[in-house]
Write a protein that binds this ligand. Structure first.
Ligand code: ADP
Length: 184
């Protein structure tokens, strides 16, 4: 049973590593970015609303995200653990999650913070082929990360569950560092 939260800038490799841990521990990988992209492709009301923000590199408003996470964590498969990727992304989301988990009698085991320098994440994102990976949007996402998401690191540090990992290594090296950490 593992309950894991991934933190780190866009392009840090959260998705890749979250998938790897999800498969190792046989627990659901919950990526708010993927859920939103699926909603956008399916052109649901959520997707249409979210796209406006995603295209600009802005955070989607909390009211669109919080219910979605609440529903996802209420699914039966979430009872055996989970890996959160892309949530929480600001302090309001972190407080909401804390309360939600308290109501479910759960608590996260670790907040795993992937540290990768700006120039590396920029290069990685420019090499991906995602619609929101253009230079202006990337710059905005990094700014939003610094302003809104970085404070979440201290939030989990204060709760004693923060673990920082050098994300600027090979994918395999990061995965094995993470596995060692999570087993400790
Ligand atoms: P990345 O971390 O590489 O930017 P994600 O797939 O995690 O990619 O997120 C893509 C976009 O989806 C974000 O730029 C944001 O607009 C939106 N998004 C994802 N998760 C959240 C969230 N928890 N709160 C608000 N917006 C979110």
């Amino acid at each position: 049973m593992k309950r894991l939260i991934f933190l780190g800038p866009p392009g840090a490799g959260k998705g890749t590593q979250a998938k790897a841990l999800s498969s190792t521990y046989q627990i659901p990988h919950i990526s708010t970015g993927e859920i939103l992209r699926r909603a956008t492709t399916a052109q649901t009301l959520l997707g249409q609303k979210a796209k406006v923000y995603m295209d600009k590199g802005e955070l989607v408003p909390d009211e669109l995200i919080l219910d979605l996470i609440k529903e996802r964590l209420a699914q039966p498969d979430s009872k055996k653990g989970w890996v959160l990727d892309g949530f929480p992304r600001n302090l309001a989301q972190a407080s909401f999650l804390e309360q939600l988990l308290a109501n479910l009698n759960q608590s996260p085991d670790f907040a795993l913070n992937l540290i990768v320098p700006d120039e590396v994440v920029i290069t990685r994102m420019l090499e991906r082929d995602r619609e929101d990976d253009n230079e202006d949007t990337i710059r905005r996402r990094l700014q939003v990360y610094r302003d809104d998401t970085a404070p979440v690191i201290s939030f989990y540090q204060e709760r004693g569950i923060l673990k920082s990992i050098d994300g600027n290594q090979s994918m395999e090296a990061v995965t094995s560092s993470l596995q060692t950490l999570v087993e400790s």
